[in-house]
Design a protein around this ligand. Structure first.
Ligand code: ADP
Length: 398
């Protein structure tokens, strides 16, 4: 059965079409609003032939329609053949702990969780709505970013806040990017020829959002993101974890309100704020290389944040067998990887400088005498969504 994997992000829609049991997508696409309203750039690559167009799309519902129609016009998706659709949904909360067939009850639960994931669940719901109209005969499956963290021990998901906030308002750590971390931890075991049951690995997903997760025996043991995807090391435009007292201070003394704080923490912080150059790591790296002082500061802080997250997570594992880097920055910036790993000697991490500079993912860049292996792994959320969709269908039957 062919699978269409849809990944609705806060300001983009990614999609991939897989034929039968293939591990590589036949077609991939990205619709990106890039901050603009109503108009977006649409890139669709079928059998390696990429075409870029400017499209009109009000939201994720319209974008999903464009995606399905474009794939169908270009012969990468047949609307009449057997097909299933897998949707990435950021927040499954505590109720949706596993990938699930989408029915009215599941959509209602996903909608209820929009209050805790206002940037992420609504776009996924719009994409689901559009895909169910366009492909009414297809089974639709939701794959959750939070599901990998279903077995976090209680002392790692309760916050030291008034207990009623947890009991009555559901304030607890959820963790995100789980689809990517789960894939990465499994891929690390595969690359090292190790049984996942015996592997202790820390995976770093460093893209527009950044998070790190410790996985022991295939189960997530701890993670850097929290109740929201704002926690952890600093990101492109997100602050990551900061002293909460600052948030009280700027409200009390400088009159900021909740919307001001939301904008500042989610959109005006991180690499963008510190460098004053861009939220895009590549641009900050180029400015830093050209001698820009604030860009260098941002790069140093970014590496430090990732290093600190790894250090903290390492305390939750019996030993560190492997460290893996994935997503845009993790896969592509050799300088970032070197900067992070240079401070991790105490964890038995040592990289081979030439291998780090020259190899493309998926690869092992550890020095031969490094205790922990160090891997770069291409992010494959699309493949995980396709696999999970097949798993759910195999479970529920035709
Ligand atoms: P998303 O979370 O939106 O899927 P990506 O995984 O595509 O994000 O990662 C985007 C980040 O990766 C951006 O900060 C971008 O600058 C960075 N990046 C992409 N290519 C490179 C590169 N060659 N060198 C350094 N950073 C890169």
């Amino acid at each position: 059965m062919d699978i269409l994997a849809i990944n609705a992000g806060s300001s983009s829609l990614k999609f991939s079409a897989f034929t039968s049991a293939a591990e590589d997508a036949r077609a991939t696409g990205l619709i990106d609003w890039g901050g603009a309203q109503g108009r977006a750039t649409c890139r669709v690559s079928v059998d390696g032939d990429e075409r870029v167009s400017d499209i009109e799309a009000e939201d994720h519902l319209a974008a999903t329609r464009v995606a399905v129609e474009t794939l169908s016009e270009r012969g990468a998706l047949s609307l009449t053949d057997e097909i299933a659709v897998g949707h990435r949904v950021v927040h499954g909360g505590t109720a949706l702990r596993d990938s699930t067939l989408i029915d009215e009850q599941a959509t209602r639960r996903i909608a209820e969780l929009s209050s805790v994931a206002p940037l992420h669940n609504p776009p996924a719901l719009r994409a689901i709505e559009a895909a169910r109209v366009l492909l009414p005969g297809a089974p639709h499956v939701a794959v959750f970013d939070t599901a990998f963290y279903r077995d976090l021990p209680r002392h790692r998901y309760i916050y030291p806040l008034p207990y009623a906030w947890y009991e009555e308002w559901g304030v607890r750590r959820f963790g995100f990017h789980g689809i990517s971390h789960e894939y990465c931890a499994a891929r690390a075991a595969e690359m090292l020829g190790r049984d996942p049951a015996g592997l202790n690995v820390i995976t770093c997903h460093l893209g527009a959002g950044c998070s790190a997760t410790a996985t022991a025996g295939g189960v997530a043991a701890a993670t850097s993101m929290g109740f929201t995807p704002l926690a952890g090391p600093m990101m492109g435009t997100r602050s990551g974890t900061v002293d909460p007292g600052i948030l009280l201070h700027v409200q009390r003394v400088h009159g900021l309100d909740v919307e001001d704080l939301d904008r500042a923490l989610n959109r005006e912080s991180g690499l963008l704020a510190v460098s004053g150059v861009s939220s895009d790591y590549r641009a900050v790296e180029a400015a830093g290389d050209a001698g820009d002082d604030r860009a260098r500061l941002a790069l140093d802080m970014y590496a430090e944040g990732v290093r600190a997250a790894i250090g903290g997570l390492a305390t939750t594992l019996p030993r560190l067998d492997a460290l893996a880097f994935t997503a845009g920055i993790g896969e592509n910036s050799a300088a970032l990887r070197a900067s992070v790993c240079d401070g991790l000697g105490t964890l038995g991490v040592s990289i081979d400088a030439a291998r780090n500079r020259e190899t493309q993912p998926d690869a092992d860049i550890a020095a031969t005498d490094s205790y922990a292996r160090v891997l770069i792994i291409r992010a494959r959320e699309d493949l995980m969504i396709a696999r999970e969709t097949r798993n759910v269908l195999a479970r529920v039957g035709p």
